[in-house]
Structure formats: C-alpha cells, structure tokens
Write a protein that binds this ligand. Structure first.
Ligand SMILES: [Cu+2]
Length: 147
C-alpha cells in the first residue's frame, strides 16, 4: 500500500484553501498607527517523530492564532503529522479517509525536518495521526487541543 501523489496534492490544496481567506482579512483602519501589520498573536510548536510515536504526542494551541509547526523526523522511515477535522476520532487505520485531514505536515523523509503554518479557528479536540500505513496502529497518534 503506497500513498499516491494525488492524496498529497488534495490535502495541501485543502490546507491552502482554509488558510488563504484568513490571511486576507487583515485590513481595516481604526485610527491607530497602521504599521503593525503582523498578527499580534502567533506561536510555534515543535514535534518529533520516531518509530512509532510523536513527542510530544499532545499539543495545545490558541484558536485564531497562526501556529508554526515544525516536524522533525528523527526516525528511520518516513513520517507525517496529520491533524484530523474537529471531533473526528479514528480508532483504527481502516477508519481513516483522506477527507478527514484538516492540516498536515506531509510525509517527510527520515532525518529531515519540515515546517508549515496553520491557523485553527475552532476550539476543540483534534486527533493527530501519522497516516502512513501501519504507523497509527503502532502508536503514532496524539491530541491537539485548541482553546
Ligand atoms: Cu509515521
């Protein structure tokens, strides 16, 4: 069982479609100085992937705040960090469907690192999985809490 490239393209396009409208709503003068274009709130998290776990498995972020996610693959095989849509909790890999992915740092090779930024708008509990075959069942899972 291999990942197809179309799966990845779909997920990336989805993430972009969700992110772009948010980036476009920064205007609006309110009389104050206009030179603070950067969002006042942003954060970053760092997650390590190995066989077969995430460290940390559980992470917390603030709603409506840009989050920069750095995923370090310190394992010996490809891993990824995929966040499923709010309220979706798979119990087995066979439950997984591509449409469940809200955001992911897509499969990256062993020994490398990847960084992506995303904004979670809705508070709640989001399941994190590595969607590569066999990895979820081996223990690559966690919870992202948006508050
Ligand atoms: Cu994995």
């Amino acid at each position: 069982m291999k990942h197809t490239t179309s799966r990845k393209f779909t997920a990336v396009a989805l993430a972009a479609a969700i992110t772009l409208p948010l980036a476009a709503c920064g205007g609006g003068g309110d009389g104050s100085a206009d030179d603070s274009a950067a969002p006042s709130s942003s954060s970053s998290i760092s997650v390590e992937g190995t066989e077969f776990k995430f460290a940390p498995a559980d992470v917390n972020v603030k709603a409506g705040q840009a989050v920069t996610v750095t995923f370090d693959n310190n394992g010996a095989v490809d891993h990824e960090w995929a966040v499923l849509t709010e309220g979706t909790q798979i119990k087995a890999e066979t439950d997984f469907e591509e449409s469940m992915v809200l955001f992911e740092v897509e499969a990256i090779p062993a020994g490398t690192s990847a960084t992506q930024t995303f904004t979670f708008d809705k508070a709640g509990s989001y399941q994190i999985i590595c969607a590569l075959p066999g990895h979820f069942s081996a223990g690559m899972k966690g919870i992202l809490t948006v508050s």
